[in-house]
Design a protein. Structure first.
Length: 183
């Protein structure tokens, strides 16, 4: 796999965005949960795009994930999926190396809905990755009556994600076929 989109998603919102980004990237790009994006998968990738929900202006923690399990949306009830490792934990196992990267987050509007993607980019650049673009935020609502995964996404966010994936694909193509070059 040349391009992987790795995500942590508690309510299905970040997963839906990750899948839309992968569609936009094309060329066999896949969206993978943190447990499926193993170190060997990452080592083979030329571009990794990493997404996380925003919790308290940062990456989810064990405490914020535990708190999320107490929330239920809609009827019969959508419960938080904490069955996969957190992005924070996943980042601890990313092998260092030169590859391109990008990061996104799902969060509410306003200053409290940002911070996770910048934390991801910081960790990835420390590992030798070169960002292809600024971190992106995809907006979610605070509440929903729906029990469908991804129900908190505001309208148009998946389309915005697909267009961003297309932009990342073009930026990667502009770098040439081999190696990592600072954009």
């Amino acid at each position: 796999m040349d391009t992987v989109v790795v995500y942590e998603s508690l309510w299905g919102n970040t997963a839906a965005i990750a899948q839309a980004i992968a569609r936009g990237l094309g060329n066999g790009a896949v969206a993978l949960t943190t447990d499926r994006a193993t170190p060997s998968v990452v080592e083979r990738a030329r571009l990794i795009v990493v997404g996380s929900p925003v919790h308290a202006m940062n990456l989810p923690t064990d405490a914020s994930r535990a708190s999320a399990t107490a929330k239920v949306y809609g009827r019969p009830g959508l419960h938080a999926d904490v069955s996969h490792p957190s992005i924070r934990e996943w980042l601890d196992n990313v092998p260092p190396g030169e590859r391109y990267c990008a990061a996104f987050e799902t969060g509410i509007r306003g200053p409290l809905g940002h911070g996770a993607a910048r934390a991801v980019i910081g960790r990835l650049t420390d590992l030798g990755c070169v960002p292809l673009d600024e971190p992106h935020t995809f907006t979610v609502a605070l509440v929903t009556g729906s029990a469908e995964p991804g129900a908190l996404l505001l309208g148009g966010q998946e389309e915005k994600a697909m267009h961003w994936g297309e932009h990342l694909a073009a930026a990667l193509a502009a770098q040439g076929p081999e190696g990592v070059h600072a954009p």
